[in-house]
Write a protein that binds this ligand. Structure first.
Ligand code: SF4
Ligand code: SF4
Length: 471
């Protein structure tokens, strides 16, 4: 029986409720009156439930779909302004005991060279990332209790936070590791992580078990209930995501929103972020062997519908996607992107991109400097901000500000300050020129005279060598 407040996976992600939702959405996909009512509700900016959102996703009315995209674009501006936060993944280890059929790190892939970074190697990786200008990382590791136990992950986090090369610093470490126990989540919370990210891959239990034939990840309920344990362990911010291409996208979309509703119902805080990965080619993985691939139009619609259904949630797109695709969907609500990513273990400390241990092919292979300039040329402010977590604005404290559309008052000046640091320390002359002009324009858009004055003071101090100012 469907119960968003339940702690049991099969009750808060009810298969029957998803099927009923898909049926309802299909029957109403050209119901103008209902779609208008849902859009009116969406305009209140308080979100939509999975049934309402699924009707919008199914809508086949061009004028209504145009409204959905326009609303998503407006929400993005209202809640987050024109800043886009940048981060990079850091692969620690690709040892894995699981049998995920869509990932080249699966245990049976004997062609995959296995690597695990030593603390010394992590230091080199982090220096390489700091030298590009990164301040925010998402660490990734396969599941292997022998090669990468929780103690190893904790050591890595400690090492990463301890490195300060020139003006560089990693100020926020998000963690993407396998579902684990409350006790281990407590350890991660104590280590000062930002967001705990775990992709569900698919919400369909039957498909999930088929796609995860071996290893601890086979256990659907343990995996699906991981975010509950993370929150019980004291992690305030959790990040959801499915791997689009494994199951019908409509099923996944409904499941994703039900998961968000569940976290809200049980803990009073929805997901901090939702990521949007699509299945991609990798070592022994052919995406065409999977039956549910989605094209760019559907992908964009999923992103727009998520934006207006969960306006308070950060939305992430990685370098799995091409520049053209990222350029399109960024307007519909994406608030964070990765840049200059290497998806191999130890990939940053090499000049040339290494392909042998990559988790997936990177479509957008531009440098961070190029990504920063590209964003600015589209009138976005590239942001390296990590202020909220460091100021204790996490969980419900963050959500409260975000829902009242006040977080923007912090995001905007913080984006300018961290961009300024990037321009002074790492940018090419051309990027610097575009960036200084952007900061000069954007500073005038700060409404509070006091904040504007302080921002100007901080910008001057950054030019003089001081770092790490924040609101
Ligand atoms: S998706 Fe994660 S758990 Fe599955 S094989 Fe890849 S690294 Fe291992
Ligand atoms: S102020 Fe908070 S929400 Fe805004 S960019 Fe910085 S860390 Fe993110």
């Amino acid at each position: 029986m469907y119960n968003p407040k339940s702690s049991k996976a099969e009750e808060f992600i009810s298969h029957e409720e998803i099927l009923a939702t898909l049926d309802y959405a299909e029957k109403n996909k050209t119901n103008t009156k209902l779609i208008d009512e849902i859009l009116e509700k969406a305009k209140l900016r308080k979100g939509l439930n999975h049934r309402e959102a699924s009707v919008l996703l199914a809508s086949e009315l061009k004028d209504k779909n145009d409204e959905i995209f326009a609303l998503a674009e407006q929400f993005k501006k209202d809640f987050y302004g024109n800043r886009i936060v940048l981060f990079a993944p850091l692969y620690l280890s690709n040892y894995c005991v699981n049998g995920c059929t869509y990932c080249p790190y699966h245990a049976k892939n004997k062609a995959m060279p296995r690597k695990k970074l030593t603390q010394e190697e992590i230091k080199k990786e982090v220096i390489a990332l700091q030298n590009m200008g990164h301040k925010r990382l998402a660490i990734e590791a396969g599941e292997d209790p022998v090669n990468s136990p929780i103690e190893y992950i904790l050591d890595c986090i400690k090492t990463i936070y301890s490195i300060h090369h020139k003006n560089g610093a990693i100020r926020r470490v998000n963690v993407n590791i396998a579902a684990t126990s409350v006790e281990n989540y407590k350890k991660l919370a104590d280590a000062g992580i930002g967001t705990y990210i775990l992709f569900q891959e698919t919400y369909n239990k039957e498909s999930y078990e088929f796609l995860h034939p071996t290893g601890p990840k086979h256990n659907y309920c343990y995996h699906t209930e991981a975010m509950d344990r993370a929150m019980e362990g004291g992690i305030d911010d959790v990040g959801l995501g499915v791997l689009f291409g494994l199951e019908s996208y409509k099923y996944e979309f409904a499941g994703l929103l039900m998961h968000a509703e569940h976290l809200e119902a049980r803990f009073g805080v929805g997901p901090h972020t939702i990521s949007f990965p699509r299945l991609k080619h990798a070592s022994d993985i052919d995406p065409n062997a999977f039956l549910h691939g989605i094209d760019d139009d559907i992908f964009a619609k999923i992103i727009a519908c998520t934006r207006i259904s969960t306006p308070y949630t950060g939305m992430i797109i990685s370098t799995r996607e091409s520049q053209a695709c990222r350029e399109r969907v960024i307007h519909y609500g994406i608030s964070q992107i990765s840049g200059a990513s290497r998806t191999s273990v130890g990939g940053y400390d090499h000049k040339e991109r290494e392909h042998d241990s990559e988790q997936f092919d990177v479509s957008d292979q531009r440098t961070l400097d190029e990504v920063v300039r590209w964003l600015m040329e589209m009138n976005y402010i590239p942001s390296f901000c990590t202020a909220c977590y460091r100021a204790g604005r996490t969980g419900d404290r963050f959500m409260d500000l975000c829902k009242k559309m006040q977080i923007l008052n912090c995001c905007h000046p913080n984006a300018l300050l961290t961009l300024k640091e990037f321009l002074v320390d790492y940018a090419s002359p051309e990027t610097k020129k575009v960036g200084e002009a952007l900061i000069a324009r954007e500073i005038n858009r700060i409404k509070s005279e006091k904040v504007k004055e302080l921002t100007n003071q901080y910008l001057t101090k950054i030019s003089q060598g001081e770092r790490d100012f924040r609101f």
